[in-house]
Design a protein around this ligand. Structure first.
Ligand code: ZN
Length: 274
């Protein structure tokens, strides 16, 4: 089993984890707490505009780990699919501007599109935006989502599917994002981490609360649920991933907390549980 982490050098936090904070407050809060990495959600950029957000991030000295999130390639109409691609190209440009090496793709699903068709639309959509990513020098990280989100969020629900897309698209600018919350239950998770190899671009952590009280916003703090987090970390590290580990917790409960206190809580869980 992998050793505990003894410092915060690989800690990154998603701005969405501290949703009550605007980007300025998040940057400030992470700097104050000695958190070196930030994953920026597009919602956090919006009030500032990308140029100002990029300036703030650069001045902070924080490492921008990734831009979340884009994708959503699935739609019933061709016009909507084309608009989604345009929006993805915009996200790629934003990532380049803020210095994020990749954009996380939540690939999309639509109850009006059956799953095999949705998966084809996702493949076509990523294929269509790949040249833009390549030109910008920004990678695309395909994040499989837990199957409970196969209705409206993503028709890519296992790491095997994400790896299959990477194989099919065959580009050095396309890889996978591994989120323990979405994949911990999968009997082929370990094997697919091995298969992902160097195409694994990102690693998201939280925990699966028992019971889960809300499908969207009830992720647990690391150690609070049933995910074998340290064992999973040993798998990804054995496989050569030593990048930043991103804390991504959507939680109505934690969003009510004082956010400085939440960051301290994350740091304690980081040392004890990750
Ligand atoms: Zn994630």
């Amino acid at each position: 089993m992998t050793d505990k982490l003894t410092d915060f050098s690989r800690l990154a936090i998603h701005t969405m984890t501290n949703k009550p904070w605007n980007l300025e407050q998040a940057i400030d809060g992470y700097c104050r707490a000695g958190v070196p990495g930030i994953t920026v959600w597009r919602e956090a950029i919006e009030p500032y505009g990308v140029k100002e957000a990029a300036r703030m991030l650069k001045a902070s000295g924080l490492k921008v780990v990734s831009l979340c999130r884009s994708g959503f390639f699935v739609a019933t109409g061709a016009m909507d699919r084309e608009q989604a691609r345009t929006e993805n190209r915009r996200a790629i440009d934003e990532a380049a501007e803020i210095g994020a090496p990749h954009v996380v793709l939540v690939c999309g699903a639509n109850p009006g599109v059956d799953l095999p068709m949705a998966r084809q639309q996702i493949l076509d959509g990523i294929h269509a935006i790949e040249p833009h990513a390549r030109a910008a020098g920004v990678k695309l990280a395909i994040e499989p989502l837990h199957p409970m989100y196969a209705d409206t969020r993503s028709a890519v629900n296992t790491l095997e599917q994400a790896n299959n897309l990477v194989t099919a698209l065959d580009s050095p600018f396309i890889g996978v994002c591994v989120d323990v919350y979405h994949c911990w239950w999968d009997p082929f998770f370990r094997a697919e981490i091995q298969r992902a190899g160097k195409t694994m671009l990102a690693f998201h952590v939280s925990d699966w609360r028992v019971p889960t009280r809300d499908l969207l916003n009830d992720r647990g703090m690391m150690g609070e649920g049933c995910i074998n987090l340290r064992e999973i970390r040993s798998w990804v590290e054995k496989n050569g991933f030593h990048g930043m580990i991103e804390v991504e917790i959507f939680s109505n409960q934690y969003w009510e907390w004082d956010q400085d206190r939440l960051v301290e809580r994350i740091k304690r869980a980081w040392l004890a549980e990750v």
